[in-house]
Design a protein. Structure first.
Lengths: 298, 529
């Protein structure tokens, strides 16, 4: 009896061991399968990611149709990647050749969908900005009112974002370069000046001030236009002008405005900067003569 | 029987030709040289068929092959007239040579050319042993390689090898024969006095000789330059203290607002100057072509011709007389008639390097071709270029020969004044070109020219401005996809952030031009679409 009991006990232990071993083996198999699956998924994700990256790269090099084909082919990604893909699809549709109204309309629908949900984060900001650009530059005729509304929305909802900040420079152009009375323009200048404190990104601030400064030069009938132009161009320069053509033009403008305003020191400073950095510019000799005249007190 | 033999010989010759041609194709395909070595062939296409450049390319190719025995560089000179269509067909058909000369700024370039930006900040290995050994490639060009930079694509795409300028060429032997001196005029007054003397001489001697060889190609070089000297002060008065740069939209806007017209004294003075100069060219010159004017000069039937540095070597090759070269002479400060409107000679400081070459995307031997481009941009190749072609070199420190010296850009000079026919667009240019005979014909006058042009001028201005607006919209629209892509990439990649920043500033500048053009049309009561 005791022997039987011992035998049964050993049998139970053996079965239990078998069960545990089986369970362990199953677990190992499941884990292996899962790991292989995860690795496959990782690789597949990497491949999809690489496709998206390649598409953006092509789009940045004007290979728009090629980029669009990649974005379209990658349809069905997961989560934010799918939103990113859709954004890429929309912005490339704007320039897929031949450019058609149908494509612009498709792009509008996609951008509207993406911009509608603030949870989409940066994708929503990009979508809203390019939707505004679509209304402003791609629609026939331009829908400036819609563009203006979206630019204002970007400034209000996404303060400090570089793309959203860029809206301010567009608003300057849309609002001021209209065939309106001087009084109305003065009112608009004042409204646009009030946008300055909201802007945080250096590029957003720079382009806003550049556009305002140049608008004061264009609409010289505005009160204290030269002084305001100098202020805005100097502020833009402080934020960092990195394109040489813009830098050369801004320095010449500051010098010229300061000379006429009688701010000779400032004029001389900018003339000298220009002469030192741009010896191969057609304006070089003219500016040199201006500086000589300033120095001699003519 | 005899016929059969002849036919047999004919077929035999045909078969031999076929076999030889087939053999050549096989050898070329397999890439073997005559010595049986494995060989890489780099083909470089260009349209510079003038005397000089063609030989210079051949010599540079030989030098490179000397350095790299396994490489064959094959320059392909293609006539300029068929070049654009030929190049496009080759590019689309993916049969383009490895390197081709380019002059278009079309954004579609990316489809066909490889950016060379990765090369520009590194020293050129072919400058080893020179003072440029450690200098980044970009800075070895006299213009900082601006001539190779695409301002919209924000990439370097081309390697330029030369530059150009416009000059007056004189037949020194004829000049000495007529005036007893080889002294060349330095001012407009001296230039006119010389032309008068030549005209008197030709009349007295009953010679078929004119002071200046003119044509629809050559005359505008001289006339437009002189015209612009008369509107320099006017342009300063009109300037709204902007950038002092040429501003076609501002010019059109000012005209529409009545700030200048053809009755403006300076504009009339410019037209008078043009007419005055035209009187010294052969009758009917406006109907003549470039070759007609060159022929007149090389055949000693004109003492002077105005053309570009690109014609210098060809002219020197064709003539037996000595040739003198000067910049265009402008009215001096003492000129009683013209001085009050002018500031002085025009600046050439902004001259960019040109005659540019790009590496094609489907280049069969891209690596070797890229290396050859570096050689082409070296001091050694630049010296060969200027010595053999007689053209201006693009690489700093290259010694131009005494024949090239007079063509080097003159930096000391003022900005050109406004010109009603330049920079607005094709409609305005066409109006001027088709009416020019009224100004320069002996029976014509400044008044008859103005009467004809002024009524049609507003329409052409508006249509050119609308064209300008459309071009700007197109530019901005095309840029939007690139802007979005750069913006997206730049969130994580610093190098893209710099490109984005430059792009944003270019986009702002384009947008400002667009809105200015739009407002000008609105003010003129014109549709903006």
């Amino acid at each position: 009896m005791k022997r039987n009991e011992r035998h049964m006990g050993l049998l139970r232990i053996s079965r239990a061991t078998e069960f545990i071993a089986g369970q362990m083996a199953a677990s190992v198999i499941v884990c292996t399968v899962l790991m292989i699956g995860a690795a496959h998924a990782g690789e597949s994700y990497k491949a999809e990611r690489a496709e998206l990256d390649a598409a953006w790269l092509e789009a940045s090099s004007f290979l728009v149709s090629e980029a669009n084909r990649r974005f379209v082919a990658a349809k069905g990604l997961m989560g934010t990647d799918e939103l990113e893909r859709e954004l890429g699809d929309a912005v490339t549709l704007l320039n897929v050749q031949p450019r058609t109204r149908g494509n612009i309309e498709k792009a509008r629908i996609k951008l509207e969908r993406l911009s509608g949900n603030r949870d989409n984060g940066e994708i929503a900001i990009f979508a809203t900005y390019f939707l505004a650009r679509l209304h402003e530059m791609h629609a026939q005729p331009p829908r400036l009112k819609d563009a203006r509304t979206l630019y204002h929305r970007l400034l209000e909802e996404y303060p400090g974002n570089p793309i959203a900040d860029r809206s301010a420079s567009s608003l300057v152009l849309i609002d001021l370069y209209e065939n309106i009375s001087s009084e109305e323009r003065a009112r608009r200048f004042a409204a646009l000046e009030s946008l300055a404190p909201r802007l945080q990104s250096p590029s957003g601030k720079r382009d806003y001030h550049l556009n305002l400064g140049n608008a004061y030069i264009q609409f010289s009938e505005m009160e204290r236009s030269r002084a305001r132009a100098i202020f805005h161009l100097l502020t833009a320069e402080k934020e960092g002008i990195t394109r040489w053509q813009t830098e050369a033009a801004t320095w010449v403008s500051i010098g010229e405005l300061a000379r006429v305003e009688g701010r000779n020191e400032l004029a001389a400073e900018y003339y000298k900067k220009f002469l030192a950095k741009y010896p191969r510019d057609n304006r070089h000799y003219t500016i040199k003569k201006r500086l000589e005249a300033l120095s001699s007190g003519d | 029987m005899r016929e059969k033999i002849l036919n047999g010989i004919g077929f035999g010759l045909l078969a031999v030709c076929f076999v030889v041609a087939l053999g050549r194709i096989v050898v070329m395909k397999l890439g073997f040289s005559h010595e049986g070595q494995r060989q890489v062939t780099v083909r470089i296409a260009h349209w510079q068929l003038e005397n000089g450049p063609k030989e210079a390319f051949d010599k540079i190719a030989q030098e490179y092959m000397h350095l790299h025995p396994g490489v064959k560089v094959e320059p392909l000179p293609i006539p300029e007239k068929i070049y654009p269509n030929w190049a496009l067909t080759q590019l689309i058909g993916e049969t383009a040579p490895d390197i081709i000369q380019v002059r278009t700024w079309d954004n579609t370039l990316t489809r066909f050319f490889v950016p060379l930006s990765e090369l520009v900040d590194k020293p050129n290995p072919y400058n080893k042993g020179t003072d440029l050994e450690a200098v980044p490639l970009r800075q070895t060009f006299f213009d900082g390689m601006e001539g190779g930079y695409h301002p919209l694509l924000l990439e370097y795409y081309w390697v330029p090898v030369s530059a150009s300028s416009v000059r007056l060429f004189y037949n020194l032997d004829l000049l000495e024969e007529i005036t007893g001196s080889r002294q060349l005029p330095a001012t407009y007054e001296e230039f006119v006095a010389l032309c008068e003397e030549i005209a008197r001489y030709a009349k007295a001697e009953r010679l078929p000789l004119v002071p200046i060889a003119g044509s629809s190609y050559n005359a505008p070089f001289l006339m437009k330059g002189l015209f612009s000297s008369q509107t320099q002060r006017l342009s300063e008065q009109l300037s709204d203290l902007g950038t002092l740069a040429d501003d076609p939209i501002g010019r059109i806007s000012d005209w529409l607002e009545g700030r200048w017209s053809f009755e403006t004294e300076a504009v009339r003075s410019g037209l008078t100057l043009m007419r005055e100069t035209g009187q010294y060219m052969q009758p009917g010159f406006i109907q003549m072509m470039r070759d007609d004017a060159t022929l007149l000069f090389v055949q000693r039937r004109a003492v002077i011709i105005c053309t570009g540095s690109w014609d210098a070597t060809s002219i020197r090759h064709q003539v037996r007389f000595r040739v003198g070269v000067t910049p265009i002479p402008y009215p001096s400060a003492e000129n009683p008639k013209y001085a009050k409107f002018t500031l002085g000679a025009l600046s050439e400081a902004g001259t960019n390097a040109a005659v540019s070459f790009g590496l094609t995307r489907k280049a069969p031997n891209a690596e070797v071709a890229r290396d050859f481009l570096l050689f082409l941009a070296s001091r050694q190749a630049s010296q060969i270029w200027t010595d053999v072609s007689g053209w201006i070199p693009a690489i700093v420190g290259t010694r131009p020969s005494s024949e090239v010296q007079p063509f080097l850009p003159v930096s000391d000079g003022y900005l050109a004044g406004l010109n009603p026919s330049v920079g607005n667009g094709p409609d305005t240019t066409r109006l001027f070109n088709t009416s020019l005979h009224l100004l320069v014909n002996p029976m014509g006058s400044v008044d008859s020219f103005i009467q004809t042009v002024k009524n049609r001028y507003p329409d052409t201005l508006i249509s050119d401005l609308r064209r300008n607006l459309r071009a700007n919209v197109d530019l901005i629209q095309r840029g939007d996809t690139q802007l979005a892509a750069l913006g997206w990439i730049a969130r994580e990649k610093k190098e893209a952030a710099h490109r984005l920043d430059i792009f944003l500033q270019a986009d702002s500048a384009n947008q400002r031009q667009y809105y200015r053009a739009r407002l000008t049309l609105e003010k003129a009561g014109q549709p903006t679409q």
